[in-house]
Design a binder for this molecule. Structure first.
Ligand code: MG
Length: 239
């Protein structure tokens, strides 16, 4: 009887030790949160912050100060030459879903045609441009990390059609000693096509985009480049 109890205790202790060791392994120490996905991948999952659902501009403001001034037409926020707009809330690392459309009436060419932009932390721009049969410099076309890295392919739809960016943004971070910046990264899908594959974002000043250091958080900024580009269905998941 004593032997049976001893054997049981030994086995139990062994199981507890194995369980403890398993729990200590990285990535296995917490139950992942349950998230309800949208009915389609375009719809926000249950843990997303909805920044624009077509009903109001309440989560946005003018970069010049004051309330949002862009036009709200048919469920889209539309650039109207009143200046860049930003979210009231600020973010670090995120997953972002945003839909946009350049004007169906084609005017201008190169950078003058359906130009806007999505700035993470108000600093790092993924270019919005009508790049359907519209030549410009490669790292300035739609889906480029503007001034830094061209997209892998041109997945543009025709002018006026709704297009999608799904962006994973990892912000540059200060190094442990605070003397340098650890690069962040961009991964971007354009209409479901991978166009930026874990591209480094160096926290230094470049010729095309003036930024330095690292920001803990910053707003999402949409650019007013003077062309009536439309946006809809914008949601974000802090990572
Ligand atoms: Mg732009």
């Amino acid at each position: 009887m004593k032997r049976t109890i001893l054997a049981t205790l030994t086995i139990s202790a062994g199981i507890c030790l194995i369980t403890a060791l398993q729990a200590a392994e990285p990535g296995k120490d917490a139950e992942p949160a349950v998230v309800t996905p949208g009915q389609t991948s375009n719809q926000p999952p249950s843990d997303a912050i909805v920044l624009f659902d077509g009903s109001s501009l309440e989560n946005w403001e003018s970069v010049k100060g004051g309330p949002a001034k862009w036009d709200l037409v048919d469920g889209a926020m539309t650039v109207n030459r009143s200046g860049d707009h930003r979210t009231k809330q600020t973010f670090g690392d995120v997953q972002l879903h945003i839909e946009w459309a350049t004007p169906s009436e084609v005017k201008g060419n190169g950078q003058g045609r359906g130009n806007s932009g999505v700035y993470l932390q108000g600093r790092y721009e993924i270019q919005v441009l009508d790049s359907y049969e519209n030549q410009t410099y490669f790292n300035g076309q739609a889906g480029s990390f503007y001034g830094n890295n061209a997209p892998l392919v041109n997945a543009s739809k025709k002018p006026g059609e709704w297009q999608i960016y799904d962006i994973v943004f990892i912000a540059p971070k200060p190094s442990a000693d605070g003397k340098s910046v650890l690069p962040g990264s961009f991964t971007v899908f354009h209409n479901g096509v991978l166009i930026q594959n874990h591209i480094p974002i160096a926290g230094k000043k470049t010729t095309a985009a003036a930024y330095s250091g690292a920001a803990a958080k910053g707003p999402l900024v949409l650019q007013d480049h003077g062309n009536p580009v439309r946006f809809r269905n914008i949601w974000i998941r802090p990572l």
